[in-house]
Design a binder for this molecule. Structure first.
Ligand SMILES: [Mn+2]
Length: 186
């Protein structure tokens, strides 16, 4: 798997702590992408989302996505909780799990996405994971601090760094932590 990725993450205007966190892992031909949005904003949100990315940094990328989500969920018990989406590329497959308001978009990969209702940290009744064949694609993950009306198709000729710049310049909601992660995979 060849990966070119970029991201930008900014806290709500006036906050130093960022309740959004990003993780990109690539090892042994496997890739994990995650954007986590701790509930609310400020230090409590940052702590929750950092617990999530710490958990994801420690999992085995050969575990099932369901198991990975359950490990992250368990780590957040007692925290404020978080929304979050995780995407895996491995063994010719692309897998995704979406909890709450972190969107996953790809015009090339047809994820049969089913959202998992609830909040990471104890209030997800059932994790829905989905899978589709992996092919050359761009996948974008973004928190709800970025407009869901961002015209990613219009930005498709830009490289990932330039997409992140354009999104944060024009489609960021400054009253929330905002994150966009763009990954091109071959
Ligand atoms: Mn948010």
């Amino acid at each position: 798997v060849k990966l070119v990725s970029a991201y930008q993450s900014l806290p709500k205007i006036g906050e130093k702590a960022n309740g959004d966190q990003v993780l990109v892992r690539q090892e042994d031909g496997r890739v994990l992408l995650a954007v986590i949005d701790g509930l609310g904003h400020g230090p409590g949100a940052e702590q929750a989302s950092q617990l999530a990315t710490q958990a994801l940094a420690a999992v085995s990328l050969s575990d099932s996505l369901l198991k990975i989500m359950e490990i992250m969920d368990a780590k957040l018990v007692g925290s404020r909780g978080a929304a979050g989406s995780v995407v895996l590329f491995r063994e010719g497959k692309s897998e995704a799990c979406v909890v709450g308001n972190v969107e996953v978009r790809s015009s090339e990969l047809r994820f049969p996405l089913v959202f998992s209702a609830g909040i990471l940290g104890g209030r997800v009744r059932k994790f829905h994971t989905c899978c589709c064949p992996l092919k050359p694609a761009r996948v974008v993950l973004f928190s709800d601090g970025v407009s869901s009306r961002t015209p990613f198709d219009d930005l498709r000729n830009l490289d990932p760094v330039a997409v992140c710049d354009a999104v944060m310049r024009s489609y960021r909601r400054k009253e929330d932590d905002a994150t966009v992660l763009v990954a091109d995979v071959e």
